[in-house]
Design a protein around this ligand. Structure first.
Ligand SMILES: CC(C)(COP(=O)(O)OP(=O)(O)OC[C@H]1O[C@@H](n2cnc3c(N)ncnc32)[C@H](O)[C@@H]1OP(=O)(O)O)[C@@H](O)C(=O)NCCC(=O)NCCS
Ligand SMILES: CCCCCCCCCCCC(=O)O
Length: 161
């Protein structure tokens, strides 16, 4: 994604399964803001194999879940996944880049309803996802080792996080 109008968003933390650059088992998602949406280009590889030649549904689900976690920078809230539904519309071949785009569909109090679409560079939409994230206090994370700097990122405007 080389468009200079897109804002690069920081990983949740270096070891995050979805976006952490230092997680050897991670998806290493690089995520950008594009207006009210966030987006990443992902090509699943042999580590993410389900059926031969195809991406594992759990890997696809993890990518969607993590990308939803970037919408939080736009909402400027800390929230966690309560439900996640993925519709697998077509098999996702390994090694083929797919763009996943996610956004807030609506908010009701603590409830953030999120939606995402995964489309190959061939124009075929192969999966869509919906999630309910619930806004939580930072005390949800602090007993488990999250530090204040990481948590503060979620409450800043995305160009400053
Ligand atoms: C998400 C979590 C913090 C919510 O716990 P909680 O704060 O006690 O939330 P509640 O169960 O009281 O639900 C909060 C609100 O969401 C609503 N809600 C919960 N599940 C819902 C669902 N599936 N659909 C619609 N509304 C739902 C509740 O009705 C409640 O609404 P209200 O505020 O109007 O009463 C807790 O379930 C949790 O920690 N889950 C684990 C999250 C996680 O680890 N996710 C993966 C990593 S991000
Ligand atoms: C340490 C602070 C983390 C703040 C919340 C980030 C949520 C990112 C989404 C992760 C999805 C998941 O873990 O299921």
């Amino acid at each position: 994604m080389a468009d200079p109008s897109l804002i690069s968003l920081p990983p949740h933390h270096p070891q995050c399964l979805g976006c952490g650059p230092d997680n050897p088992a991670g998806l290493h998602l690089e995520v950008y803001r594009d207006g009210d949406s966030v987006a990443t280009d992902v090509a699943f590889d042999a580590r993410h194999r389900g059926a031969p030649g195809l991406a594992h549904g759990g890997a696809i689900s993890a990518a969607c879940d993590d990308l939803f976690g970037f919408v939080l920078y736009l909402v400027q809230e800390i929230a966690v996944t309560r439900t996640l539904t993925v519709n697998y519309l077509a098999p996702v071949p390994l090694g083929q880049p797919h763009r996943i785009t996610a956004r807030l569909q609506r908010r009701q109090g603590r409830r953030l309803h999120l939606e995402a679409t995964g489309t190959g560079h061939d124009g075929v939409t192969r999966f869509i996802a919906e999630a309910l994230f619930l806004v939580v206090d930072r005390e949800h994370f602090t007993p488990h080792g999250a530090d204040a700097d990481v948590l503060a990122m979620f409450n800043r405007p995305p160009e400053h996080c």
